[in-house]
Write a new protein. Sequence first.
Length: 323
Amino acid sequence: MKAITRSVYGPPRVLGLADVPEPEPGAGEVRLRVHAAGVDQGVWHMLTGLPYVMRLGIGLRRPRSPWVGADVAGEVTAVGTGVTAFKPGDRVFGTCGAAYAEHACARVDRLAAIPANLTYEQAAAIPTSGMTALRALRDSGQVRRGQRVLITGAGGGVGTFAVQLAKTFGAHVTGVCSGAKEELVRSIGADDVVDYTREDFTDGSRPPYDLIIDVAGLRRLSHLRRALTPRGTYVIVGGEGGGRWLAGLDRQLRTALYGPFTRKRPRMFFAFPREADLLTLAELAGEGRITPVVSATYPLERAPEAIRELEKGHARGKLVITV
């Protein structure tokens, strides 16, 4: 079968399309005929080995695993021992360790059935970005009905899910994005949109927010606090920007340090795959309460191009690899 592989850390050009044996599912796993795979910032981090602190877990000098891609959607073609949740022919989506391939194996507790109203491409866009947005709002932000919620990076992968999820929770949502994405952000439910190239939402001209979900990672923490109500909460999602050793992770650490010294409630946040969250997102998507925004698809052999496009930071919603 064909699969995207890498042997060293580096930019997308270090990726190659290789012929490799078809995988066999182990206990508690299924094998998928991959139809689509999502592109998210985590793929870029794993590919480049940045920030360097990540290499403590994925390999110091070179990656321990040659495989690329996490978010996957496909058809079950074989099941391992002990698997009863799925059978060959089922359409499923979730996360695995080698999504950029024609076939991949995944644990059953990392998968959910694809709702009938979603395509494979839409399903592949959900797992990492959707779970990140869900947990940032519900678990870390403890969003409540009627709150004023502001989401930075509202036109991106995580942001488009965060806007829609915040609306399902009954919040008044303001999305922050570039003017080019304003129409998109309004179309997915935002009550108000701030074009960050023309307006500063932290300058005091707007009423304060109860909750800020900071996806873009470009604002100073002091500026975010300034835009909050006296007991407001801000959640730092991910760790983009910054230097090569910690990148944006230093913002996460500073957020944790500020906590005891402010009435406002800073929250650091990292998302990890959980079956319950995937099932929640599948239910919401099946009911039409959230709709994945897929702006472009790329065939498997053009996966490096898709990652380069994501790296530019201008993608609208999600980019997806088709297989």
